[in-house]
Design a protein around this ligand. Structure first.
Ligand SMILES: *Cc1c(COP(=O)(O)O)cnc(C)c1O
Length: 395
């Protein structure tokens, strides 16, 4: 209050303003950051993409963040408690919350290299003399494996089970698996895990974007991966800067020692605070309680609504589809006869982006344009369908 009074006194003293009537002595109107900053909100027909800010947090997550923001705690104590709760919910040995699945990859890798040895933890990413090789199937290589390479490791690519066996050496830190790439690789989960166990080498699975459905997480847990990385800010709808690292107790303990609150660690930058910790936990609780079947029906309804709209345009085909794994939720693909509608998919996407409201679709569709249903908000499927119909009708 004092601040506001001072502010207005300041205003009154400015001579050129004359007698200014203070505009908002009553409760100030909520700030509209979008207009203030000139940043347009978008309709998200793309899905969970970091460049489009991932997901919208569940309201109870925002409440938890607010509730946690007014007191201090001992960070390690909260980390312990939240980790224990999450491990209990998912039926794994141990768990922690890093600042995303990307951070989970770094911390999990570091854990396999350093264990709890303070000397090694300080030294990494200089990995001289440590186990510093990670074996991965060629078809599983992915951009995020950079987070693994952050630890000063070398990637060894293999294709067959025999090559995998032969690549294992005393320098092998872990065997890395990309959950969604299972169909492309020759070595499937069961065999991969069995091999790791037989040779005493941790197996690490990145399942960041693969839930829902929940089975994509429970299966790798049950089969016995030693580490699993999951995004918090995708299908679980927790904080965008949170994730899950699940796995063996000694590895989670080692991963924890490789990040905040410890300063002299490589993973110090993977910090989460009390708000993300509890926000992530609450998001997971809600996700596990959610009625997934009726949510799925709602997504299908949105796809059908968009399909009806765009199919009205002559020469346009709309086809519902569900990606096989990762973002395994109802989508719509829209294609058209280029001799009747002289517009490329990229041009349609640009017009949607430039229009009002601004709309984003799946950034790199396999063909035509693709719309993900699950991050749309109430009423938005109808808007997206109408806008696409309007633009395609104008050709
Ligand atoms: C999204 C994604 C990540 C990164 O997840 P964040 O939670 O954003 O850090 C890592 N791996 C895969 C396969 C992903 O899809």
């Amino acid at each position: 209050m004092i601040d506001r009074r001072r502010f207005f006194q300041g205003v009154y003293r400015l001579p050129f303003l004359g007698a200014v009537v203070p505009p908002a002595l009553a409760a100030p109107a909520e700030r509209n950051f979008y207009t203030e900053l000139g940043v347009r909100p978008i309709i998200n027909g793309a899905g969970v993409y970091t460049m489009f800010t991932g997901c919208l947090m569940r309201p109870e997550v925002v409440k938890a963040i607010q509730a946690m923001s007014t007191r201090f705690v001992r960070l390690t104590e909260l980390h312990d408690a939240v980790g224990k709760r999450i491990a209990g919910l998912l039926g794994c040995e141990a768990a922690m919350v890093p600042s995303g699945a990307a951070a989970a990859l770094t911390l999990g890798t570091a854990a396999c290299m350093t264990g709890t040895d303070p000397e090694l933890i300080r030294r990494i990413p200089d990995s001289t003399g440590m186990k510093n090789e990670v074996i991965i199937q060629k078809s599983h290589r992915f951009p995020y494996d950079h987070m693994v390479r952050n630890c000063g490791i070398r990637m060894i690519e293999v294709e067959t089970r025999e090559e995998l066996e032969r690549a294992i050496s005393p320098r092998t830190a872990l065997l890395l698996f990309l959950n969604k790439a299972e169909p492309q690789g020759q070595v499937k989960m069961e065999e991969f895990i069995a091999l790791g166990k037989r040779r005493g080498i941790p197996t690490f699975n990145d399942a960041a974007a693969d839930i829902p459905p929940l089975e994509n997480l429970t299966r790798p847990i049950k089969l016995g991966f030693d580490l699993i990385a999951v995004s918090g800010g995708k299908g679980i709808r927790g904080p965008q800067s949170a994730g899950l690292l699940l796995g063996r107790k000694h590895l989670i303990e080692a991963a924890r020692l490789n990040t905040a609150p410890y300063s002299d660690t490589m993973g110090r930058s993977c910090k989460v605070n009390k708000e993300e910790l509890v926000g992530m936990m609450v998001a997971l609780e809600s996700f596990l309680k959610e009625d997934h079947a009726s949510l799925y029906k709602e997504w299908e309804r949105r796809v059908a609504a968009m399909s009806r709209q765009v199919s009205k345009v002559p020469g346009v085909r709309a086809e519902p589809f569900v990606p096989r794994i990762a973002n395994q939720v109802p989508h719509l693909r829209v294609e058209w006869d280029p001799s009747r509608i002289r517009l490329t998919p990229k041009e349609l996407m640009q017009r949607l982006r430039d229009g009002e409201p601004s709309i984003e679709l799946v950034p790199e569709p396999s063909t035509g344009v693709e719309i993900a249903s699950w991050m749309l908000q109430p009423g938005e499927a109808e808007i997206v369908g109408r806008r696409i119909r309007e633009i395609l009708s104008q050709g």
